[in-house]
Design a protein around this ligand. Sequence first.
Ligand SMILES: NC(=O)c1ccc[n+]([C@@H]2O[C@H](COP(=O)([O-])OP(=O)(O)OC[C@H]3O[C@@H](n4cnc5c(N)ncnc54)[C@H](O)[C@@H]3O)[C@@H](O)[C@H]2O)c1
Length: 310
Amino acid sequence: MSSNSSIDFKGRVAIVTGAGGGLGRQHALALAARGAKVVVNDLGGARDGSGSGGSVSAAQAVVDEIKAAGGEAMANGASVTDFEAVQAMVKQAVDAWGRVDILINNAGILRDKSFAKMELADFKLVVDVHLMGAVNCTKAVWALMNEQKYGRIVMTTSSSGLYGNFGQSNYGAAKLALVGLMQTLSLEGAKNDIRVNCLAPTAATRMTEGLMPQEVLDALKPEAVVPAMLVLAAQDAPNRTILCAGAGTFEAAHITMTQGAWLGIGPDAPEQLAARLAEVTSREGETVPQSGAAQGTNEVGKAMANAKRG
Ligand SMILES: NC(=O)c1ccc[n+]([C@@H]2O[C@H](COP(=O)([O-])OP(=O)(O)OC[C@H]3O[C@@H](n4cnc5c(N)ncnc54)[C@H](O)[C@@H]3O)[C@@H](O)[C@H]2O)c1
């Protein structure tokens, strides 16, 4: 199979959060191998976010690996939940390399339990790391990217958020929140060539240990997700896509809206809706709205068309 122009990141500066292991490490290695200067962030905690001693050693090991391969990188041990530390990380990158072109929001933890058994503290912590962590990092580069008139931001979402997964109500909610964040930031960033996209990976990492049989884990090398990240971080990146990747297979997820039906607001509207629910939810002619305004436009449009008819 032949490829078109090669994707390279010479002169680009990237921050990858949670890059001390798993997917983040592969992202950092790949960006560096293609010429980016990379801030390898990781606080070095356990899978559930405990034991976060601000250990920079996991990140440093990845930096050493990048340097040994002839690349440029620096380690950072900030927790993405600490906005001041995140701002200092961005300053560290700008002081050394003058800009930040790419932000890969990848850091994450798990606190799985059925919702019935889940403590609210475990819900809040997961939301804090995934959602607020990405918000903090994005906020810390946003003004800079606007000034530069260039930015590529990848939010790491998950099939658990997009489609649900038993025992992951906290994680799923946080992950789909990142899609919502992406939807609006992709609109707000467009005028200054800031492109924001989501990546939904499937990979065998410590996060998936014990969740899948070994032969499946073998197929799901984290490296197999990296091409999707590179495309979303590239100069020619799309904007506002949700790219899914695992085992070398790539898909996209879409948030769609059906055509629906105008039923009016008469006293029997609930009964009409119940009777015509199949029509309202029918996927025939569904669209992927380009902004939230599309829903109101469709609703009012149908109401006006009906008023004219009536
Ligand atoms: N592995 C999968 O199949 C899968 C599926 C969907 C989404 N994801 C997402 O991909 C991302 C990477 O996950 P992974 O599978 O490589 O897991 P991982 O546990 O190997 O990597 C996550 C990294 O984030 C770091 N981290 C955690 N909290 C942090 C914080 N507050 N600040 C900075 N770093 C922090 C950890 O130290 C760890 O190195 C996560 O966002 C995860 O939710 C993974």
